[in-house]
Write a protein that binds this ligand. Structure first.
Ligand SMILES: *[C@@H]1O[C@H](CO)[C@@H](O)[C@H](O)[C@H]1NC(C)=O
Ligand SMILES: *[C@@H]1O[C@H](CO)[C@@H](O)[C@H](O)[C@H]1NC(C)=O
Length: 389
């Protein structure tokens, strides 16, 4: 482990510094070239957020309350994850029903879900409305609500085949959200998009006969307020693993530049870091964590990001001189390196680097290309503390 911590330190502190300065000077001479740098930097930042292009959003949409509540449960006001074990995967996607049928039939377009995304759980959320007043004196107290996956119609006779996914007893007089787990169906839709013919909900009495649909009603996208629209919620994982500090591959130059360190007009972060090091004031103060606010509005992303408006990534700055106290959180390796540097035993050995030694994840609530609201967790986005490494 020491070996690649050292290679990483060497990469960040020294070797990268010189060429990037030249790069900067050349590129900032012309306006259109700085535009080029800006768009390259923003493209790179989009990659950090797992996207090729920023989603295009037409007009103002209201995100589902469920997604807003979920976001507020997993994230603090800055978007930083409150509890990393709350979500099993790193993505939650919501979809509105595309069918808007008068029948209790629903269809969701899952084309924005990547093939590589692992479906952990899929839920159908239906808003049960209050029974109509004239029907309230009914002898039934409970009803059996069943969700079926629609399969193709058979060749021999024209009846539509369907498969039972989930079934539950629900009080007739209840009102509010009802959630049905339909994970298996969504997994088959992901394998074969053409098999997604939708869902059908059937309500029966406890005796098994079909119930009057005036008595048991669910809100539809067509006739009811959008806050009550039928919704599919997918809990998934896109497989983007955390690069913990212990597991950074020294050959992977991008690993060292995971955090967006700099104002957006400066190209990728290693150059930003090299500027810090050439800054003479910076070397006199001891290694510490300083604010670095990433403002999504400034970057031009406020149209598609619902929350947060921006976040504090923090950055690490300062010197790591001999002797390294415990407040510098030095690794043993850094302590030895600083001793070698102080004793000048070997030429060309610098003091250790001031770098993030704990990183936190942030959450983004955003609209995707199909205007579905997505909650996604991104690892290693906020420097939790800094240390001499
Ligand atoms: C699903 O949405 C995508 C993109 O919006 C569209 O191209 C596709 O035709 C839709 N599929 C269905 C079955 O409606
Ligand atoms: C249609 O086919 C299904 C199964 O293939 C069978 O259960 C059903 O009774 C048939 N209906 C008619 C009207 O023949």
């Amino acid at each position: 482990m020491l070996v690649f911590v050292f290679s990483l330190a060497a990469l960040v502190c020294t070797t990268a510094a010189r060429p990037s300065l030249n790069y900067l000077q050349n590129h900032f001479s012309a306006v259109e070239e700085s535009e080029e740098v800006r768009s390259a930097a923003i493209k790179r930042l989009l990659e950090v957020f797992g996207m090729d292009d920023p989603p295009s959003i037409h007009g103002h949409k209201q995100p589902p309350q469920y997604m807003l509540d979920l976001y507020n449960t997993v994230a603090d006001v800055d978007g930083v994850t409150k509890d990393p074990y709350l979500l099993e995967g790193n993505t939650v996607r919501s979809f509105f029903d595309k069918l808007q049928s008068e029948q209790v039939e629903f269809r969701f377009n899952l084309s924005t879900v990547a093939r590589s995304e692992k479906i952990l759980t899929a839920e159908l959320h239906l808003f049960k409305l209050r029974p109509q007043a004239t029907m309230t004196f009914n002898r039934h107290h409970f009803c059996q609500v069943s969700v079926y996956q629609l399969l193709g119609s058979t060749k021999t006779n024209n009846t539509q085949e369907k498969k039972l996914l989930s079934s539950r007893l629900i009080p007739v007089h209840s009102t509010g959200w009802e959630v049905f787990t339909i994970t298996q169906a969504v997994r088959t839709w992901m394998v074969d998009e053409g098999s997604n013919l939708g869902l059908h909900v059937v309500v029966r009495t406890l005796g098994g006969s079909l119930m009057d649909l005036k008595l048991i009603r669910f809100a539809s996208g067509r006739n009811h307020h959008q806050s009550k629209q039928p919704m599919l919620v997918l809990f998934t994982d896109d497989g983007r693993r955390s690069t913990t500090l212990e597991s950074i591959d020294p050959d992977d130059a991008t690993a060292a530049s995971r955090l967006p360190h700099a104002p957006m007009s400066v190209p990728p972060s290693r150059s930003a870091r090299s500027l810090d090091h050439s800054d003479e004031d910076g070397t006199s103060m001891p290694c510490q964590r300083l604010p670095l606010y990433v403002d999504f509005e400034e970057i031009g992303w406020s149209g598609w990001i619902v929350s947060p408006r921006g976040y504090n990534a923090y950055h690490c700055k300062g010197s790591c001189p001999f002797p390294l106290g415990q407040n510098m959180r030095p690794t043993n390796h850094a302590t030895v390196q600083s001793i070698i540097n102080a004793l000048k035993l070997i030429k060309g050995i610098e003091t250790p680097c001031c770098v993030p030694d704990k990183l936190f994840s942030i959450n983004l609530l955003y609209f995707d290309d199909d205007e579905n609201v997505v909650l996604k967790q991104y690892n290693d986005m906020v420097a939790g503390s800094c240390g001499c490494h």
